[in-house]
Design a protein around this ligand. Sequence first.
Ligand code: NAD
Ligand code: TYD
Length: 352
Amino acid sequence: MTWKKNILITGGAGFIGSHLVRLFVTKYPHYRIINLDKLTYAGNLENLKDIESKENYVFEKADIVNKEELIEIFDNYQITDVIHLAAESHVDRSIEGPMEFVMTNVVGTVNLLQVAKDMWKEGEHVFHHVSTDEVYGSLGDDGLFEETTPYDPRSPYSASKASSDHFVRAFYHTYNLPVKISNCSNNYGSHQFPEKLIPLMINNIVLKKPLPIYGKGDNIRDWLWVVDHAKAIDEIFHKGKIGESYNIGGLNEWKNIDLVKYLCRLLDKKLGREEGESEQLITFVKDRSGHDKRYAIDASKIEKELGWKPSVTFEQGLEKTVDWYLENKEWINKVTSGDYQDYYKKMYQNKS
Ligand code: NAD
Ligand code: TYD
């Protein structure tokens, strides 16, 4: 079989990556999808069980920090395009230990850029770098992040992602590498590791454990269903302009406390609990250091130029998400056994 493209998706065993791999493997049978993942605590091949035997799917366990491994994979599969998601992705972990974030997010990204530059001497290629809105810093009560908003990262995580975005742009200007960048707001959906707000709260509500809200719970995030993020990446990868950035977001701002209360009410209904029962689990804990106040995305560029918009409301997406966690207790049990217990103790034991 000759493949129309050999697309390397990095971080394909993670939360967003697994949704993207699934979308591409099923929608584009004429592309071969090579999923490269180190399988850190956040990577899980169970996320891809339903597509792992497809002819156009291959998995390669590798570390983007190791350039030799990347060269071998580019060579073996004649990689034509890259969609780069592999990263350390959790702000709280970056506060505890920034160096892992520098290695994977900065050094790993520069390795990939260099290998792509050296391998792609001719033909048509795309290097799509998947990034976050957190590179723009923190908003006050008004305003939205636009593609032209100056970078102002404040956490070690966002500083590492901002640095990787700068390198991607530098490779476009300096070496003409055909790059595209997307900066997305907070994602939620199935298969998200329960260190992030929504799956952590769902899991704790189910288990009747305290619901740790940082500070007063008045920080604001703009939430997008992960499947809509994957669809936006698909649009940008195929139709976006080389050298440009696209913001992706849901125009869906929620204060953390309101969101957690909404989840409590939804789960009270689903679990047949008394109304208000789960809300009693809410516990205000010590705030995150350097906690960004508000993120909100202006997604008008991708809407106007590429015709993308979210396909579900937040209420619909959250219901699908909660149902998935309730139906997949084995998944949650597996990822929260072992190391997760140590992580949870370390991060939350001294917070209240
Ligand atoms: P995740 O933590 O769930 O998954 C990251 C994946 O990368 C895991 O499968 C992990 O094993 C892999 N990985 C980590 N280090 C690696 C290395 N050195 N080599 C190879 N693979 C490695 O993250 P996610 O939430 O799915 O985020 C994916 C990407 O999207 C990241 O680049 C993140 O910055 C970006 N992003 C995330 C969000 C969000 O809300 N989660 C929003 C915007 C952008
Ligand atoms: P998170 O899911 O870690 O995403 P990010 O920090 O990248 O936006 O956190 C979302 C918001 O929820 C953020 O304002 C921090 C807050 N939060 C809590 O209040 N308690 C928690 O246990 C966690 C993990 C997050």
